[in-house]
Ligand binder design. Structure first.
Ligand code: FE2
Length: 204
């Protein structure tokens, strides 16, 4: 069925919280730029790039997986993956993130030895990610949880892994609030914003 050309193929999803909901860890100003400029631009750019290609009628997740295998579609991959990663990132945060409990706490315990141990390992990986990228909690094929980092737009869904939670460590995620202090941002993110209910839901 031909698509209605007046309608973009992909739309910017709504934020799951108010722009000021994550203060003081992340300011409304940061969210406003990050969501309203950066995330929105990835979606707009993706719509431009997929126009007239088979990608325009695919679900976003399929665009990410298929374009990841095509070097000629690198620009499509970058914008599709960033559109997907950001939506996943917004859901990875909650104003009342609190501490993990229930199934997700048990999974962290068995995979990392405890919540404290998990946080230390995740923070270390997030801080060590050189340049722009993402830190992830993922579920491997063996059911074990592990920490992964990806560079730029890269994403675990392009590698057959199941992400549970992600922290954006591009400077645009924290620079207005923390400048170069990525470790402080990551610690506050883990202690106060990580959305454990979302992570548990992603366990399946
Ligand atoms: Fe970002």
């Amino acid at each position: 069925m031909p698509l209605d050309k007046a309608k973009p193929s992909f739309v910017l999803p709504k934020l799951p919280f108010a722009e000021n909901a994550l203060e003081p860890v992340i300011s409304a100003r940061t969210i406003s730029f990050h969501y309203g400029k950066h995330h929105a631009t990835y979606v707009d750019k993706l719509n431009e790039l997929v126009a007239g290609t088979p990608y325009e009628s695919m679900p976003l997740v399929e665009v990410v997986k298929k374009s990841a295998r095509q070097e000629k579609d690198k620009a499509i991959f970058n914008n599709a993956a960033q559109a997907w990663n950001h939506d996943f990132y917004w859901h990875s945060m909650a104003a009342n993130g609190g501490e993990p409990s229930g199934r997700i706490k048990d999974a962290l315990q068995s995979s990392f030895g405890g919540v404290k141990e998990f946080k230390e390992a995740f923070a270390k990986a997030a801080v060590a990610q050189f340049g722009s990228g993402w830190a992830w909690l993922v579920k491997g094929a063996d059911g074990k949880l592990k920490i992964a980092t990806t560079s730029n737009a890269d994403t675990p869904i392009a590698h057959g892994e199941t992400p549970l939670l992600t922290a954006d460590v591009w400077e645009h995620a924290y620079y207005l609030d923390y400048q170069n202090r990525r470790p402080d941002h990551v610690k506050a993110w883990l202690d106060r914003l990580a959305n454990w209910a979302f992570a548990e839901n992603n366990l399946g």
